[in-house]
Design a protein around this ligand. Structure first.
Ligand SMILES: C[S@@+](CC[C@H](N)C(=O)[O-])C[C@H]1O[C@@H](n2cnc3c(N)ncnc32)[C@H](O)[C@@H]1O
Length: 238
């Protein structure tokens, strides 16, 4: 069997997003399984506990199961929890355990202080994709200034539950409003630093397969701006 080649620079690109096991690209804005796979292999060992507090369609939990890491997934939206449950319904030889909670990343009271080995998560990018219409505390409905206040609370909770001397990673992209760039990635990163995390890595991830590409490329041409075609993966340390 071909060995999996881990990324070793700060620029990542996965033109072939990956569709092994039960991975599928149909949950809007989901991430390529190559991302959690690389991060989990680098920052954890077997039987560790991985937390994804914005679990979506469960990509991180599927990878955790395949790699024999225990995992905890949380999402504010029952639809995400149900999709994740279905996608975790496959057999493999590993004994890792998975727990799913319908809940809010801003209030992880189901988790004890200093109990998580690694955080690997992917919040909404403010209100670029709205995952629900009226679920309270769904931060995908928030304008970026409000979004950042909520991410500050998420960062506080993540710092509380992570074990000392362990890592926290998340992916996020910038946004454009009225032709101007809002550096949502760095602004969100700063909320983590403000909550005592130390910044270890800034990884640039090339964006592929953006569904609205032809609409946006015409619009970008007409209005004279570049298409945003990268996201950031931040790795922080407690
Ligand atoms: C970018 S998606 C995650 C996609 C995931 N990485 C995947 O591969 O499927 C962000 C998720 O955050 C969830 N979300 C929004 N606000 C939340 C909150 N306050 N607490 C927990 N989850 C939340 C949304 O329901 C959505 O499923």
């Amino acid at each position: 069997m071909k060995t999996y080649e881990l990324q070793n620079t700060t620029i990542w690109s996965f033109p072939d997003r990956g569709n092994w096991a039960t991975h599928k690209g149909d949950y809007r804005g989901n991430w390529s399984p190559h991302i959690p796979k690389n991060l989990i292999l680098k920052y954890t060992k077997q039987n560790d506990i991985v937390l994804d507090c914005f679990v979506g369609s469960g990509t991180t939990l599927i990878e955790s199961k395949l790699l024999n890491r225990n995992s905890i997934g949380i999402d504010i939206n029952n639809n995400a929890i149900n999709i994740t449950k279905k996608r975790l319904n496959f057999t493999c030889n590993n004994k890792a355990k998975t727990h799913l909670y319908l809940g809010d990343a801003q209030n992880l009271n189901m988790l004890s202080d200093n109990s998580i080995d690694f955080i690997c998560t992917h919040p909404p990018y403010s209100n670029i994709i709205k995952y629900s219409k009226n679920i309270q505390n769904d931060i995908s409905n928030l304008e970026y200034t409000e979004f950042l206040l909520h991410m500050d609370q998420v960062a506080k909770e993540l710092y509380r539950v992570l074990k000392p001397s362990h890592y926290c990673s998340f992916m996020i992209g910038d946004i454009r409003k009225k032709g101007n760039v809002i550096p949502l990635g760095f602004l969100t990163m700063q909320t983590f630093i403000n909550n005592s995390f130390t910044l270890k890595e800034i990884i640039i991830k090339e964006q592929h397969n953006c569904k609205s590409t032809s609409y946006w490329s015409n619009r970008a041409n007409n209005l004279g701006f570049y298409l945003l075609a990268h996201e950031y993966i931040f790795v922080l340390y407690k």
